[in-house]
Design a protein around this ligand. Structure first.
Ligand code: ASP
Length: 313
């Protein structure tokens, strides 16, 4: 008999309103979510490692123009992309992260290589890219990441003198977000991955929680794997992913209680909008959000597929 395995993914949380979603966009986003979760699940079904499954799922989302990661990343105040990503494997609690990279097509793969092929946990900016090119990564021109929609979004943020999540309350913003995945494999390993373009109109080399182990990403065998999405400044200060794990470890809270208490409790009280996905050591999945929506999908231990967008779905 095979051991239980399951996977969950997110494509960002924020103000996602039915009134602003065309039927076509709705279909395309749900399709991309299903494709991503299936890519990870197929690996798990073949006995693959949880880390490879979460990277495979996130890669699909990075390649889609619909999400704020890889190809669909939002723009900085200098009209370029700067991407953050991180991964963690729960067996040894090994982790890899990159911050502020500009020319890497699939940042999640580089984060995994930082974990597997460097002696470090986090590499930033030009150094991270130098490491990538030394491994044979291709230099990806900024043009690949540039989309008209992100440009318009940036101009609107600039006019307002704001920076914002890609899912934001402004009607001229479209609805695309940071991506992530968590999985349990048949060997009992948990893993998590998160990848993002960050927030629109960011500057000064701003880095968000998606690059930070314990804030945006965490995996610990026997406990939980977590990937978050939301305004990183809050998620970093709250150490969201680590807080979920600590509640489960020290308070013996189940995954549902731990996630809800962090997202609806402390984080919300601080003013932090967003959500997370989590999976525990038995493959139990939880989606938490304090925003009107979060793109999300899962295939649970029974093999049931679920794809959702709005909080009330
Ligand atoms: N958490 C990401 C950041 O702050 C943004 C997002 O989730 O959309 O960089």
């Amino acid at each position: 008999m095979t051991q239980p395995f399951a996977i969950a993914i997110h494509g960002g949380a924020g103000t996602i309103l039915r009134a602003q979603m065309s039927a076509e966009l709705n279909r395309e986003i749900r399709q991309a979510l299903q494709q991503a979760v299936s890519a990870g699940h197929q690996l798990l079904a073949r006995g693959g490692d949880a880390l490879d499954a979460v990277v495979a799922a996130v890669r699909v989302l990075e390649d889609s123009p619909h999400f704020n990661a890889g190809h669909g990343s939002v723009l900085t105040d200098k009209e370029m992309v700067e991407m953050d990503a991180s991964v963690m494997h729960g067996a040894q609690m090994n982790a890899g992260a990159i911050a502020g990279v500009r020319h890497i097509r699939n940042p999640v793969e580089l984060a995994r290589d930082v974990m597997l092929r460097s002696q470090h946990v986090m590499l930033a900016g030009e150094g991270a890219e130098e490491f990538a090119f030394s491994l044979g990564y291709e230099y990806t021109e900024q043009d690949y990441f540039f989309t008209e929609r992100r440009y318009d979004q940036l101009q609107s943020m600039k006019q307002k003198g704001l920076f914002a999540l890609s899912e934001s309350a402004y009607p001229d913003d479209t609805k695309h977000g940071t991506v992530g995945a968590v999985a349990l494999d048949q060997q009992g390993n948990l893993a998590a991955a998160t990848s993002t373009g960050g927030i629109t109109n960011k500057r000064y080399g701003r880095i968000g929680d998606s690059a930070i182990i314990g804030a945006g990403t965490l995996a610990e065998n026997g406990t939980v794997a977590v990937s978050t999405t939301g305004m990183g400044e809050y998620f970093i200060r709250k150490g969201v992913a680590g807080d979920v794990a600590a509640r489960m470890r020290y308070l013996q809270q189940d995954v549902h209680t731990a996630c809800e208490q962090v997202i609806q409790g402390d984080l919300k009280a601080m003013g932090g909008e967003g959500g997370l996905i989590a999976i525990d050591a038995q493959g139990e999945i939880h989606f938490a959000m304090n925003s009107s929506g979060m793109y999300r999908a899962s295939i649970d231990v029974q093999g049931h597929l679920l794809v959702k967008i709005y909080a009330d779905e």
